[in-house]
Design a protein around this ligand. Sequence first.
Ligand code: ATP
Length: 288
Amino acid sequence: MAFTTDLLASVVHGKRPALPPPYFDLAERTCMTNHTAIVKFDHVEKRYGDGPVILDQISFAAKRGDFISLIGPSGCGKSTILKLISGLNPITSGVASVEGVSPENAAQELAFVFQEPTLLPWLNVQRNVEVPLKLRGVESTKRAKIALQCLDLVGLAGRATYYPRQLSGGQKMRVSIARALSLSPKILLLDEPFGALDEMTRDHLNEELLGIRDQKAWTAFFVTHSVAEAVFLSNRIFVLSANPGRLHREIPVDLPYPRTEETRQSPDYQRLVAEVSKLLRSVENAQP
Ligand SMILES: Nc1ncnc2c1ncn2[C@@H]1O[C@H](COP(=O)(O)OP(=O)(O)OP(=O)(O)O)[C@@H](O)[C@H]1O
């Protein structure tokens, strides 16, 4: 509670708050960041149909520009949280908001990147990136211009006329990211986007993703099973427990940006990876 009071004092008096302890309570954090939340969940519960509770009492507030990774045991509800934020699936109870409105009414603020690049094989790279723009009725010259800009951003401007079959796995994922960015989303939802890639490609793409974010500021929710990836990318990590899915702990990652290969060699990074791994193991071992 002390940190909440400090933060409120900082808002009222313009003072810098005391730094939070390494781990702090998510419910408390929610109270603190209401005024700047781009995504806010307040005691959200989710059931599919009349099935069991999948997510229980999920509360958090994401600030603009946060990079939040969700990590936890298989089936704990990480992807479900992304679906609720996107409005693809309704919450069962509680309150959820995106940019101050219900997720269903904020679809234009978001874009999704999935583990599979889901490119259309009969369209070339540029046309694939244009698909969401076409669906939104953007006219062809403007579509082409935006698509090429986004391909440039992911380093694939030279592959615009290639077909998906002519690309590597990492290149396909870059196209998928370019397609999501074509909509200029304020929020990017990424569901294990690099899970199927080898470690070196994944490391490169992690660095590129942060580089792209420097140019096109968006708030990210990133589902991963890799602790190293979560620590590398995020300023906040939510560790979930399962059955039902609950937000177990938040871990702030205060490593400075930009993050590079040197970050991975730093003792602070390695200490955090070890701490989060230990926490994750304890959550997995405690599963009913
Ligand atoms: N459409 C659905 N209908 C019914 N149950 C669902 C549906 N989608 C997900 N579930 C259930 O919700 C729970 C959480 O699934 P979810 O995919 O969100 O977990 P996850 O943490 O992302 O899992 P993983 O790490 O294995 O990808 C699982 O028990 C799953 O079976």
